[in-house]
Design a protein around this ligand. Structure first.
Ligand SMILES: Nc1ncnc2c1ncn2[C@@H]1O[C@H](COP(=O)(O)OP(=O)(O)O)[C@@H](O)[C@H]1O
Ligand SMILES: CC(=O)OP(=O)(O)O
Ligand SMILES: [Mg+2]
Length: 399
């Protein structure tokens, strides 16, 4: 089986997985994850952590000032731990790219032309696209013969119909500037769909569900008959749900008002919405629900309550858009590990038929499971999203 190093630059972290994946496998979870690792809080003095079968096998402190420095250390780790992984046995690197616009519908072999497309979208994904290129540059410098493939968050959403991807703003202006909804986190929404179908012995094309990718960056997706028909992120990954540091959807008139009143540029005003808002901005403490859920102060409680409220708002909208749906699926660091958020979301959906088994909801489950009880007519599931396995799955087919 081809051995793939999957690299996933998030807004805040670099995640990586070493995966054996077969071009014949039907879904990502059929692959085998050999190692997994993260460098969290890039830009700070932080740690590279590598795990094998749930056990930490390496922990290295360092100054990971950017994604290039983090990737260097990841490659160094693999090249120096030949007992775990002989670098020469590696068949491919698979790199997540957040913004591929409407150009890409599947994974691609990395080329100069692909690089230009990624660069063209940098402005619209300022926390992401440039970092994918930094990763690729380091890989190509340190290992020039290693084939590199890329896959795009936007690809899964190319099925969204025009009435949903078009913003209700002047057509000529929007079309001349390419302003439209693209949607992101496609790897994760596709993973949740295919895993849900697998667990329920169904084909993805027979599934209509709402998937929720909830972590530092968060988004919801309405999936009808196996296709994305709407998603909460838009032209950029700022729209939609409240996130770790991003505000999500707000009145657009706030941006110029903020700039004028604070005597700052629109770019600096945007930075407040991108980096100083969300869970961090409301709690004043942290973007991390692991910290917030243990705190008793009103601001931390409000942050979690608002986060859940806004997720519920989108779930309600997407159930209405779908007309018929069989489940709501929670995934991502927050979706998988924060029962308070799942309660906040599902309590309000009792009228739609969701009935939760509170015990199941409280325990952090290791595997994928449903958290509804037997009276529930709408399912509620927690699926542990493996974006790295999905990356490997999508890229192995082009090698
Ligand atoms: N065990 C946990 N308990 C509660 N919240 C968690 C846990 N793990 C992760 N989270 C939440 O998920 C966020 C990070 O998610 P993570 O999956 O590491 O990805 P990313 O950096 O891509 O957003 C954290 O900031 C925190 O809010
Ligand atoms: C698109 C996006 O916001 O990605 P992430 O959640 O990995 O930062
Ligand atoms: Mg992420």
């Amino acid at each position: 089986m081809p051995r793939i190093l999957a690299l996933n630059p998030g807004s805040n972290s670099l995640k990586f997985d070493l995966v054996d994946a077969s071009p014949d496998q039907k879904i990502a979870s059929e692959g085998r994850k050999l190692l997994t690792g993260t460098v969290d809080d890039i830009g700070k003095q932080t740690k590279l952590i590598v795990q094998q079968d749930g056990k930490t096998i390496a922990e290295q402190e360092g100054d990971f000032k950017d994604f290039s420095a983090a990737t260097e250390r990841v490659v160094d780790f693999f090249q120096s731990h030949t007992e775990i992984q002989n670098w020469k046995d590696l068949d491919q690197a698979a790199v997540r790219v957040v913004h591929g616009g409407d150009t890409f519908q599947k994974a691609e072999r990395y080329t100069r032309e692909i690089r230009e497309e990624i660069e063209r979208r940098e402005e619209q994904a300022p926390l992401h696209n440039a970092n994918s290129l930094k990763i690729i540059d380091v890989l190509q410098r340190k290992s020039p013969d290693l084939p590199v493939a890329v896959t795009f968050d936007t690809a899964f959403h190319h099925t969204i119909p025009e009435h949903a991807w078009r913003y209700p703003i002047a057509r000529e202006v929007a079309d001349s500037l390419g302003i439209r909804k693209f949607g992101f986190h496609g790897l994760s929404h596709r993973y949740m769909l295919e895993q849900y179908a697998h667990l329920n012995n169904k084909q993805p094309e027979d599934i209509s569900i709402v998937t929720l990718h909830l972590e530092s960056g968060s988004s919801a997706c309405a999936i009808q008959n196996g296709k994305s028909i709407d998603t909460s992120m838009g032209f950029t990954p700022l729209e939609g749900l409240m996130m770790g540091t991003r505000c999500g959807s707000i009145d657009t008139a706030i941006l110029p008002y903020l700039a004028e009143k604070q005597k700052i540029s629109p770019e600096d005003a945007l930075k407040i919405l991108e980096k100083k808002s969300g869970l961090l901005g409301i709690s004043g403490v942290s973007l991390d629900t692991r910290i917030l859920r243990k705190r008793d102060d009103a601001a931390s409680k409000l942050a979690i309550q608002m986060f859940g409220y806004r997720v519920r708002h989108f779930v309600g909208a997407y159930l209405a858009i779908l007309g018929e749906a069989e489940a709501v699926v929670f995934g991502g660091g927050i979706g998988e590990n924060t029962p308070e958020v799942r309660t906040e979301v599902t309590e309000g959906l009792r009228g739609w038929g969701i009935a939760i088994d509170q015990k199941k909801n409280e325990i952090t489950c290791a595997g994928d499971t449903h958290i509804h009880n037997r009276y529930s007519t709408l399912g509620a599931w927690v699926i542990h999203v493996e974006e790295g396995m999905q990356l490997a799955h999508e890229c192995v087919r082009i090698s």
